[in-house]
Design a protein around this ligand. Structure first.
Ligand code: FAD
Length: 472
């Protein structure tokens, strides 16, 4: 008896097996399944570090799929063309994927859906990236939420359901289509610093993500509400790296938060609320895609931000040479590890947009190139929030003082010592990793003097506030 036609499972930001609604439903059909990953136009447009980290995730998922009798087929090119080819080669009757929410991915998906539908190929998109679909959360008047707290309250009592188990096996097709080789894609291109340093700090794949969550709940969640603000200690979950590629589902994390809260863990409710920030970011991005590309509040278009990504100020900021230790430690951390602590993201964001009067888009784009946890919604919301141009933003006149913030959140100086080699007799491995990662053209070394502040904290603050007042 001939086998039923296969289904192509197009995997994107859902690189896991557990709690994967698409996979669960696909297995239930009994059809042979062909998992596919495409190096398509959206991957092509990604920054260096996210694309490098994505490659590691793809590699890990391919191994996990083999363990359950399947494979990951790799193709490079425009998504619609690649999928058309695969449908023709395999006789697939359908192409399924998990839904995406950022404007670029949505445009690609709309084109794919239209193109395949026209040829009679079934297309379906599934939930799985979020707890609650963006259009399913509405204000009393039927609109979307622009402010976090009411959004959080509106979703507080909603049940996202139980996570689904990973399938024990995926039915394989009679024959597999050809796959390209991941090594040939060179996902680390663009990392002029090379991937080796950043790779040291990556924690990759579904099993590692699950371990991370379990360890966080066992060891850190209790003190999370306070420890989460300290860049000098390991007080947060670090799960953003895994959530962004879908190596773990948000529902699994959310359920773990609820269970910890039930068990009386102090910081669990705070952790749950942070997970809801991610939901809120996607809710906003879905309803206002401009969040990613333009001032959310148009009145900010008149603000005299510098838009020169290569100005001396922007360059010093990117290279961790502003003379502000909190800023420089954080900018070095992001470059060497692909990560940055949340408090530090707020400080460097405030410093760039206020003290240096530089457009948030320049910081946004640098983060999108450097972060291994780059997330289109969280990054855009974070930048517009700190710059003051976003919905529910920190008021512009709240200018963080990087010196007093450092004294408060790095009281023993451990964070700055970890990243700033200059002036230390034997700098730690982290600080040396940054120097190893930094391109030679930056001309940095541990022996050079640490720079004086390029802008005095008080003067920078006054200048920003003057410009803010002049705007009105
Ligand atoms: P935890 O404190 O353990 O929080 C758990 C999870 O909750 C995180 O993994 C994340 O998914 C979510 N979360 C926590 N805080 C926020 C927040 N403020 N906004 C949205 N979701 C949140 N986060 C990203 O995942 N990718 C980004 O590209 C990103 N860019 C940012 C840029 C700026 C300027 C700012 C201010 C924040 C940005 N954030 C981003 C949010 C936040 O800094 C990170 O999610 C957090 O530092 C990740 O560390 P963690 O996983 O240990 O977080």
């Amino acid at each position: 008896m001939p086998m039923t036609a296969p289904i192509l499972i197009w995997l994107r930001r859902d690189l896991r097996l557990a709690d994967h609604p698409l996979l669960t439903e696909a297995v239930e059909t009994g059809a042979p399944l062909i998992p596919v990953f495409l190096h398509d136009e959206v991957v092509e447009g990604q920054g260096a570090a996210p694309r490098f980290r994505l490659g590691l995730s793809v590699e890990s998922l391919a191994r996990d799929l083999e363990r359950i009798g399947s494979k990951l087929v790799l193709r490079r090119g425009g998504a619609l063309g690649c999928l058309r080819d695969l449908v023709r080669e395999t006789g697939a009757r359908a192409v399924w994927w998990s839904r995406a929410y950022d404007p670029e991915a949505r445009a690609r998906d709309a084109e794919v859906m239209k193109g395949l539908d026209a040829e009679g190929i079934e297309t379906r998109d599934f939930e799985g990236h979020l707890l609650f679909e963006p259009e399913s959360v509405e204000t009393k008047t039927g609109g979307y939420y622009k402010v976090y707290t009411p959004y959080m309250k509106a979703t507080r009592d909603r049940d996202p359901g139980e996570p689904l188990p990973a399938p024990a096996r995926l039915p394989a097709p009679e024959s597999w289509p050809e796959s390209e080789r991941l090594e040939d894609w060179d996902m680390g291109r663009g990392m002029n610093r090379g991937g080796a340093v950043v790779a040291k700090y990556c924690v990759v794949g579904e099993r590692a993500a699950r371990d991370r969550l379990d360890r966080f709940i066992a060891q850190r969640v209790e003190d999370y509400a306070i420890a989460r603000d300290r860049p000098d200690i390991e007080g947060t979950s670090d799960l953003s790296e895994n959530l962004t590629y879908g190596e773990i589902s948000i529902r699994t994390c959310y359920r773990a938060a609820l269970a910890a809260r039930e068990a009386g863990a102090e910081g669990a409710e705070h952790f749950r609320k942070e997970l809801v920030w991610r939901e809120f970011a996607y809710h906003l991005l879905h309803h206002t895609p401009r969040l990613i590309s333009r001032n959310w509040r148009a009145e900010w278009d008149r603000f005299p931000w510098s838009e020169d990504a290569n100005s001396p100020e922007a360059t010093a900021w990117k290279r961790g040479r502003t003379g502000m230790r909190f800023v420089d430690a954080a900018m070095r951390e992001i470059y060497a590890t692909g990560r940055m602590h949340n408090r530090a993201r707020m400080i460097v964001g405030s410093y760039l947009t206020k003290h240096l009067m530089t457009h948030w888009k320049i910081g946004h784009d640098w983060f999108a190139d450097c972060l291994i946890d780059w997330d289109p919604a969280n990054n855009a919301l974070g930048w517009q929030w700190i710059a003051g141009s976003g919905p529910d933003a920190a008021p512009y006149f709240r200018v963080y003082n990087p010196e007093s913030q450092l004294a408060k959140f790095d009281p023993d100086g451990a964070y700055q010592r970890a990243w700033i080699a200059e002036g230390q007799e034997s700098p730690p491995e982290t600080a040396l990793d940054f120097l190893a990662a930094a391109p030679r053209s930056w001309g940095l070394s541990a022996e050079m003097p640490y720079p004086d502040p390029i802008v005095d904290a008080g003067e920078g603050r006054a200048r920003a506030l003057d410009a803010y007042r002049a705007r009105d």
